[in-house]
Design a protein around this ligand. Structure first.
Ligand SMILES: CC(=O)N[C@H]1[C@@H](OP(=O)(O)OP(=O)(O)OC[C@H]2O[C@@H](n3ccc(=O)[nH]c3=O)[C@H](O)[C@@H]2O)O[C@H](CO)[C@@H](O)[C@@H]1O[C@H](C)C(=O)N[C@@H](C)C(=O)N[C@H](CCC(=O)N[C@@H](CCC[C@@H](N)C(=O)O)C(=O)O)C(=O)O
Ligand SMILES: Nc1ncnc2c1ncn2[C@@H]1O[C@H](COP(=O)(O)OP(=O)(O)OP(=O)(O)O)[C@@H](O)[C@H]1O
Ligand SMILES: C[C@@H](N)C(=O)N[C@H](C)C(=O)O
Length: 470
């Protein structure tokens, strides 16, 4: 994490020392919450939905913070070491960018509608044995999370792997300005945040802002199965960096890299890749979408000189962040695929494909919650995913949420009423599931973050299943 004198911090973020701030005083780390103050930390007071962080500056200093930023022109500055800035959030971003520059760390930026976190975990697994690597923690992938990730980075970090998230145009451009990538990955163009963007074309434009931020001579790794990406690259070619290199990955043989042999093995995947000859790789996670995530991660690792053997070991032992097609065993032996972190049509189809391909189970059951932020076509998207699940041969569908009633409708076009259940009450659905699931069933739980369907997963693991009939 950042350790600098107040004089250095002021220079790095365009601030001015006021109050008792001494240029030689050192800070260690950054905090945005006064309830998490550590000795000599720099407190950063931000505005929120409930309160403004400036209300906690005095308390933070009394609790041991080395100093605090203070918004220029704001009344009521307390006694203590303050750094006055034009805008606190911008100062935080500027400080993080300056710290990154001084560290000399290389940047791998990862964006895309789905797979940022998964691919980040894969890149970390591929590079971690050869370099000092720092990565986004959790889902800290926005205008606030990315700067905090940078400021928590050890000074001797060699490579920082940053998730770059967005829900509107201009957001990725800002993140790529704060941390210009040496390598940028675009995992895919789905439908996430269509509500704001309005079209998949605009989602592609938003994601490809990362390309314009790449350093000269840098590398853009992107999903070559997505036709919108080259279209937008053509559109923005005037803004692309000098000497930009590109590398495509995907399932189609037209890409620079693609799986030459892919299959499910136990709870994971095995595959070979065009770029790696006939070497066989294994992944401890299901889904062909995770194989394409792995190809993207391998392309990034290869540019840092990571060889095939290290890639093989890294992928085989990678730790994936939970709730992404996470395979769990429920009470009574039930198999659960916990994919409840988030959802959108593209990731829901990918998850349904995984469930449908699982053989050896009595029944493959889908628990499908609403997909949020899809904009005006949301009901049609839900009907379509219901149809998709029915056509995939899912044995029974439990639809939860107001929009998922449309998913149920779509499924009922070809499935019997006894196999499709729609709920608005989570507890009622859980009770129904516990009565009807069998220990040798497989159940996939999939919904957007806002639906909190992990509660269903907990319920299918905590209590013994009460099996009454089918
Ligand atoms: C500013 C802040 O800290 N926000 C967090 C805070 O929100 P809230 O508004 O409730 O804050 P308060 O009003 O309570 O407090 C204001 C500040 O005062 C501090 N404070 C409060 C009380 C006190 O006693 N002492 C204090 O010092 C307090 O710390 C505040 O700073 O709390 C929420 C609940 O914990 C947090 O969720 C909220 O964090 C916001 C959302 C945030 O952006 N956090 C980032 C670190 C982050 O990266 N969060 C990610 C989610 C990112 C995400 O959604 N990404 C999108 C894509 C990008 C979309 C983009 N348009 C966007 O806006 O994000 C995606 O799809 O992935 C995460 O948490 O996972
Ligand atoms: N390449 C992909 N194509 C489709 N779905 C994917 C892909 N990679 C991951 N997913 C699925 O998308 C969901 C989110 O995965 P992950 O958290 O890795 O992506 P993310 O981009 O970080 O998501 P978010 O933007 O919601 O934070 C999970 O259900 C996961 O299984
Ligand atoms: C908040 C945003 N990052 C997100 O994940 N939105 C989904 C659709 C949700 O909130 O469920």
């Amino acid at each position: 994490m950042i350790e600098r004198t107040l004089g250095q911090v002021a220079d790095m973020c365009g601030g001015r020392l006021i109050g008792t701030a001494s240029p030689e005083k050192k800070i260690a780390g950054v905090a945005i919450d006064s309830r998490k103050i550590t000795t000599d930390v720099l407190f950063v007071p931000l505005g929120g939905a409930n309160v403004d962080g400036h209300a906690f500056v005095e308390g933070s200093l009394q609790a041991g913070a080395g100093a605090s930023l203070w918004q220029r022109g704001r009344e009521g500055a307390p006694e203590g070491a303050l750094i006055e800035v034009e805008d606190v959030l911008e100062a935080l971003q500027q400080l993080s960018s300056a710290y990154l520059l001084e560290s000399g760390a290389k940047v791998i930026g990862i964006t895309g509608s789905n797979g940022k976190t998964t691919t980040k975990d894969m890149v970390f697994a591929l590079l971690g044995d050869s370099f000092r690597v720092h990565k986004t923690q959790g889902n800290f992938n926005n205008h606030l999370g990315l700067p905090l990730t940078l400021l928590s980075m050890p000074e001797d970090t060699e490579i920082v792997v940053l998730e770059m998230g967005m829900s509107d145009l201009g957001e990725i451009a800002l993140l790529a300005k704060i941390a210009p990538p040496d390598v940028a990955i675009v995992t895919n163009i789905g439908e996430s945040h269509l509500l704001n963007l309005g079209s998949r074309e605009n989602i592609a434009r938003a994601k490809l802002e990362i390309a314009s931020g790449i350093k000269p001579g840098g590398l853009l790794v992107y999903n070559g199965d997505e036709p919108l990406i080259p279209l937008v690259l053509k559109e923005i070619e005037h803004s692309l960096p000098e000497g930009l290199r590109t590398f495509t990955f995907g399932l189609e043989g037209t890409n620079d890299d693609y799986p030459t042999g892919m299959m499910r093995r136990g709870g994971g995947m095995t595959f070979s890749a065009r770029s790696e000859g006939d070497l066989c790789f294994s992944l401890p996670v299901l889904g062909s979408h995770n194989v394409t995530n792995a190809l993207a991660a391998m392309a990034a690792a290869r540019t840092f000189g990571v060889g095939s053997a290290k890639m093989k070991d890294g992928l085989a032992t990678m730790q994936l962040t939970g709730m992404r097609i996470e395979r769990l065993v429920g009470i009574s032996g039930l198999t659960i695929l916990n994919d409840a972190y988030n959802s959108s049509p593209t990731s829901a189809r990918a998850a349904i494909d995984v469930l449908a391909a699982l053989d050896g189970y009595a029944s493959n059951i889908l628990v499908l919650g609403d997909m949020l932020e899809l904009g005006e076509q949301e009901r049609e998207y839900h009907r379509e995913i219901g149809r998709y699940a029915a056509k995939a041969g899912i044995r029974a569908i439990y639809a939860y949420g107001p929009l998922s009633a449309d998913s149920a409708e779509g499924a009922l076009e070809t499935m019997g009423a006894g196999s499709v259940h729609a709920f608005l009450d989570k507890e009622e659905m859980i009770a129904h599931l516990r009565r009807n699931l069998k220990p040798d069933d497989a159940v996939l739980v999939k919904a957007s973050r806002g639906m909190k369907l992990e509660e269903v997963v907990y319920a299918l693991r905590d209590e013994p299943l009460v099996i009454e009939g089918v």
